[in-house]
Ligand binder design. Structure first.
Ligand code: SF4
Length: 226
């Protein structure tokens, strides 16, 4: 993968949208469509809490930095880590303004519970790849914190996860360069999607707009007869 110019950088957090649904990512990041639902609002509140708690804190052998700005020229992404914890480690990296050496571990805050898909792990691993490029080190793993369960889950940055990140980002750059928005694919995930009223995934299942409108009218009639 070649180095990207800054004006071609993509928003790092978009990789979770892309993993969930490439069309959702394109609607948000290429067409600037956005619609909040309960899930996105709760997620924003949780992130705000993670970012509000102060920028740096040191306790014992752990240094905690919040809202850490990161980027990767190789991957063409920029964004922020909710939290990066640095553990004192003689095999770690040096940090500007800090004595000693430190081993970084990104921590990403999420609402809800762990999910079946790996969107959150991809986002965390993309953060790790940025930190590796910026700090000149290799990260073994990070943590995902889920608000509903109030606990952390470790994520291993193994080869398959790293490759999945690079593949997703390569496709995202391709779509961005072409201004391509994939067609809707109606899945069970659509019910939880904040963009379903913009995307209209059911429209694709109908042979024509007339058939879609007829089906919508029948649905309303059905409700009136309830
Ligand atoms: S409604 Fe479904 S197809 Fe449309 S953007 Fe959301 S998840 Fe993707």
């Amino acid at each position: 993968m070649a180095n990207y110019a800054e004006d071609a950088f993509l928003q790092l957090s978009g990789i979770q949208h892309f993993a969930f649904c490439p069309r959702q990512w394109a609607l948000i990041h290429l067409e600037q469509q956005w619609a909040d639902n309960v899930r996105t609002i709760e997620g924003n509140i949780l992130h705000q809490r993670a970012h509000d708690a102060g920028l740096a804190e040191k306790r014992g052998n752990t240094l905690t930095l919040r809202d850490v700005r990161i980027h990767s020229r190789r991957l063409g992404i920029a964004g922020a880590c909710d939290v990066v914890e640095f553990y004192a480690d003689e095999n770690g990296v040096s940090l500007t303004g800090r004595s000693g050496r430190w081993r970084p571990c990104p921590v990403e805050y999420k609402r809800g519970k762990p999910k079946e898909h790996q969107a959150d792990a991809l986002q965390l691993c993309a953060q790790a790849l940025c930190l590796e490029e910026m700090l000149g080190c290799t990260l073994d793993g990070g943590m995902l914190y889920y608000g509903e369960e109030r606990r952390r889950y470790p994520v291993c940055f193994d080869t398959s996860l790293r490759e999945a990140v690079e593949t997703a980002l390569s496709r995202m750059h391709d779509y961005a360069a072409r201004g391509y928005t994939p067609r809707a694919r109606s899945t069970k995930g659509c019910n939880a999607c904040s963009l379903k009223d913009i995307c209209l995934p059911k429209l694709k299942r109908c042979p024509s707009a007339r058939a879609y409108l007829r089906a919508a009218v029948e649905e309303v009639k059905g409700c009136e007869n309830c």
